[in-house]
Design a protein around this ligand. Sequence first.
Ligand SMILES: Cc1ncc(COP(=O)(O)O)c(C=O)c1O
Length: 338
Amino acid sequence: MESPARTADLGASATAASTGRTARFERPTAPPMLTAMTRCSWSPTGSGTRHRLSYATTDGLYQSVELENHIRRLHRAVGNAVVDDKTLVFGAGSTQLINALVHALSSDADADASPPARVVATVPYYPPYRTQTAMFDGREYRWGGTTAAWADASRNSSDGSRFVEFVTSPNNPGALLRTAVLRGSAVIADHAYYWPHFTHIAAPADEDVMLFTMSKPSGHAGSRLGWALVRDEKVAKRAYEYVQNSIMGASRGTQLRMLGIVKVMVANLHGKDDIFGFEHDVMRSRWRRLSAVVSRSRRISLQRIMPQYCTYFNRVREPSPAYAWVKCERKTTTATRR
Ligand SMILES: Cc1ncc(COP(=O)(O)O)c(C=O)c1O
């Protein structure tokens, strides 16, 4: 069987789909031997045809152009991201794309000459930013800790320090919308929760590198599909190659399933079966109940989230965050030993 490495250069240049920007860089098609296996006949009992889920999607690539187009449609209809000038890169959940993007943003031609990029985030942050970076760090990047520690350094920086800054908006767990702290950092905007059932949509997000996932809008966390929207094609290509090299592209079974789900979601937006309308009602009623319980306590409190105008619902909506960030209101007492 021919190896993927040998056949990678047989890549077909994906054509620009009418509904958005499909990667213009050479994307590897599935190896021909592997693709051909979908068509072979196999007769263990002397009859019948063997059907096999191929390495390739129907487009002959590892990543379904059809699914890309439907994800773009979903973003346009929800109004939560600008997609037309971005390339989509799929991963096994957005968790896989965390390191793919750190790698893609850190590596450059002068890597030997420049110090490793510092990967940072503002507390409280989603732990895999740190654990993945620390696991893989080396020549190109290192975990640099919290943005607060570097805020002055980046303002006065003259040592050529490069930063990759994770900005989670809305944040996990605080649920507030956030923007970058460091000046001049390469930003990875994690918008896992930027959907109308969790937060108001103020305007379409338009950072250079954005992360989204199917785990949050429809709750298909176990199916493991995330995507990055990347403006710079060189960065998108490096992230895409990362996914190729580690898992030969996101699961085709998952892509197929998610295509069906995104189609249904898009078809029902603003109708009586609108997933975001339904989920917002559920989350809002949970938040009301939790707030009522916590408000009776003098020991703990919740983060304050104000009702905000949402462009998707076209009205002011009540808070319905994915997480409660519980604060202990008790003064810390120092234990004394006798
Ligand atoms: C901020 C944030 N980003 C990313 C993820 C991971 O999503 P996925 O299931 O796509 O790996 C989560 C999951 O909880 C999250 O809270």
